[in-house]
Design a binder for this molecule. Structure first.
Ligand SMILES: [Zn+2]
Length: 249
């Protein structure tokens, strides 16, 4: 007999498993990441549209799993939709920003490791994407994700020597965990240059200008940090970049 758990969850990934089943990666508010199989919900007939659970949908989830079986799939037994992510209707940037956040969340958090504050931040992001500039909202969420997972970069002084960053160009090393001053920079192989205009936004400086170019630079730096720290890019990074480079309406 499995242990039955009720929680609030957001669907981070959705894989078709068979004609009638889906495997879902659900980020639960109290229970962290949960890999669940949903049987018999992907039903669609000629007279009835398919009624699967959508990506980035929030719902009240009930699932069961055998004790000590965290590595295996749990079984989703009930899903009551709380809210749908509207980002898809707000353009490609918003939609891929939402998917990027979901992807990085599933990469950065451990199975069954609870992060209720992060859950709330992700829910807030999904709500905001229809009203706020999507990339700026994503940058704020990624900073939260990095804080929660202990990977906040050092962006106010040199991560190598602790000294001030005064001369340009400024470099950043993910492995070192932050900015590098001109004296330290030559010693590091893994590094990239930083657009100084992105820094006020990333350090939460008062009056930081959130114009599009600065926001894009800030996102680039966080994306680089995440990719280097995790050893892998986001599956939707390229799609998000393509959407960003398209001319606006
Ligand atoms: Zn230094």
């Amino acid at each position: 007999m499995g242990i039955v758990t009720k929680d609030l969850g957001i669907v981070l990934r959705r894989l078709d498993y068979s004609e009638t089943s889906q495997v879902l990666v659900v980020f639960c508010r109290e229970g962290g990441l949960q890999r669940l199989i949903a049987k018999g919900i992907k039903r669609g007939t000629k007279s009835r549209v398919a009624t699967g659970i959508d990506l980035l949908e929030t719902g009240r989830v009930t699932f069961s799993r055998r004790p000590g079986s965290e590595a295996q799939l749990g079984t989703l037994t009930e899903w009551l939709q709380e809210s749908r992510c509207d980002a898809a209707r707000c353009g490609l940037v918003a939609w891929y920003a939402a998917q990027y956040a979901a992807d990085r969340t599933s990469q950065m958090t451990e199975e069954a490791d609870p992060h209720p504050d992060l859950f709330d931040a992700l829910q807030q992001l999904l709500d905001e994407l229809s009203t706020a500039p999507p990339l700026l909202a994503l940058v704020h969420y990624l900073l939260h994700l990095l804080r929660e997972t202990g990977l906040s970069p050092q962006l106010t002084q040199c991560a190598g020597c602790g000294g001030p960053i005064t001369r340009r160009p400024i470099h950043f090393s993910a492995r070192r965990g932050g900015l590098l001053c001109r004296d330290c920079e030559p010693a590091y192989v893994e590094k990239r240059q930083v657009d100084p205009a992105a820094l006020p936004l990333l350090t939460g400086a008062a009056g930081a200008a959130g114009d599009a170019a600065n926001v894009a630079s800030a996102f680039d730096l966080l994306d680089y940090h995440l990719t280097e720290s995790l050893g892998q890019p986001s599956r939707v990074g390229k799609a998000l970049r393509d959407a960003l480079s398209r001319p606006r309406r």
